[in-house]
Design a binder for this molecule. Structure first.
Ligand code: PMP
Length: 457
């Protein structure tokens, strides 16, 4: 009864992110009521394994007492402190110091935001400031990848390359440009790693030339694994090659690790896997494991010193009321303790098990590709493996596959052309990983029976 009235209130008053508003009015909200570890319960009491960690964010799992305790204690002690006027709070300082210590190379300076989008926005502002401070104001063009996702703010949505984030919104801006993704499964250069890397290098060089040369280009953005574009894993060496090319061209390289940082792919930062040090890293999600909002920009000492010298005694006019929020910082510290206290290690073991389990689904007639790293994975479904034919739009993969999984007690992310994405909490047990795989097989079998799929086979 209560749930029914909440559905009505939701329909009347709550605007949902990235939803068809009319579609949502018709379908109604699915209410989640509680969570513990890797499992959630809906308002009807049905238990599901959250194979997507909320929105790839609840890396530490739900209901971790130490996190709840840290937030409660901080709220009692000091609920808020601004970073303006030279003020601050102990948890924010401690978190920045611990993160700087853990981050690759000279990424020694941390600017806290509220999430990923404003972390990306902050990098754009800092980068413009940086090139102005270096006396090169003409370096004002930004490049990112097709299938990339860099947030939903106006600037971030412009760097993003997902059509529904552009249509009707008047973005991208004319200084925001894209080059093709490495998308190995569907790359016109073929599936050979070296060929894909070479194609991406050539595409970046060509785009830079088209824009008037390196003296016009401020920065290049890439996710270590493209998440919202369909969990697209670049070949080993791709990030390093692009990072090196940017260094050669004196173009800043930004690794958008909003999804990949904090153990999602194994280490604390995915960049560690290639031993690269970007000029800037953006992070969020796993930073506070979704318990409270927080994002971060990691800035290399090289960039920091130029901005600091450029501003001199003047204020660098960029800040949010909730930058470096003490409660979020206290949560961040508690979550870091969990990662370092065994969660990263568990995530690495469970990630290997997940990949092995999903690879075992490769024999299913619909599975065209299995990809991922650590606890970030996807399977791409096709109606013809040789031709790599995407699922037909008529079979409504995004909603029907999601619904089928939900009915099996599994939360996944279903992408519109037939990709199923996984990002389970790092605290999953072996049994839970095996259940994710077993329930996925059932979802695949049910999908194979869908009349709109059968018609396309
Ligand atoms: N960058 C990437 C790579 C992301 O995946 C996301 C969110 N999915 C963002 C930026 C934006 O983060 P937020 O939703 O916290 O604003």
């Amino acid at each position: 009864m209560l749930a029914n009235s909440l559905v009505e209130l939701d329909r009347a008053h709550l605007i949902h992110p990235v939803a068809s508003w009319r579609g949502h009015e018709a379908a109604g909200v699915r209410l989640l009521a509680s969570g513990k570890g890797a499992r959630v319960r809906d308002a009807q009491g049905h238990e599901l394994i959250d194979g997507f960690a909320g929105l790839w964010c609840v890396n530490a799992g739900y209901g971790q007492d130490s996190v709840v305790e840290a937030a409660t204690q901080q709220m009692r002690e000091l609920a808020y402190a601004t970073g303006y006027f030279g003020l601050g709070s102990e948890p924010a300082v401690r978190l920045a110091a611990r993160l700087a210590e853990a981050a690759p190379g000279d990424l020694d300076h941390v600017y806290f935001t509220l999430g990923g989008s404003d972390a990306v926005d902050s990098t754009v502002r800092f980068i413009r400031y940086y090139w102005n401070a270096r006396g090169m104001p003409g370096k004002d063009q930004f490049i990112s990848l097709e299938q990339g996702y860099h947030g939903s703010s106006t600037v971030g949505a412009g760097l993003t390359a997902i059509p529904s984030f552009h249509a009707g919104f008047g973005v991208p801006y004319d200084w925001q440009h894209k080059i093709p993704s490495h998308y190995s499964y569907r790359n016109p250069a073929g599936s050979d790693d070296a060929a894909i890397i070479e194609a991406s290098r050539a595409q970046l060089l060509a785009k830079v030339a088209e824009l008037g040369g390196p003296e016009r280009v401020a920065a290049f953005y890439a996710e270590p694994i493209q998440g919202s574009g369909g969990v697209l894993v670049p070949p080993k060496g791709w990030m390093r090659a692009m990072r090196d090319l940017c260094a050669e061209l004196d173009i800043l390289f930004v690794a958008d690790e909003v999804i990949t940082a904090f153990g999602r792919t194994g280490p604390l930062f995915a960049c560690e896997e290639e031993g690269i040090v970007p000029d800037l890293i953006t992070a969020a999600k796993g930073l506070t494991s979704g318990y409270v909002p927080m994002g971060a920009v990691f800035m290399s000492d090289r960039v920091y010193q130029v901005i600091a010298d450029g501003a001199g005694a003047a204020a660098v006019g960029h800040g949010y009321t909730y930058s470096a929020h003490p409660v979020s910082a206290a949560v961040g510290l508690a979550v870091l303790d969990l990662y370092e206290g065994g969660l990263l290690e568990n995530g690495r073991r469970m990630g290997a098990r997940l990949m092995e389990g999903l690879r075992g689904l490769g024999d299913h007639p619909l599975v065209g590709d299995v990809r991922g790293r650590g606890m970030l994975a996807a399977i791409e479904l096709v109606t013809d493996k040789a031709a790599k034919t995407p699922l037909p739009a008529a079979s409504q993969p995004a909603t029907r596959i999601f619904d089928r999984a939900w009915d099996q007690g599994l939360v996944i992310r279903a992408f519109g052309w037939g990709v199923i994405g996984y990002a389970p909490p790092l605290c999953c047990t072996e049994e839970e990983i095996d259940l994710i795989v077993a329930r996925t097989r059932k979802v695949l079998d049910l999908t194979l029976e869908d009349p709109d799929i059968r018609a396309a086979l």
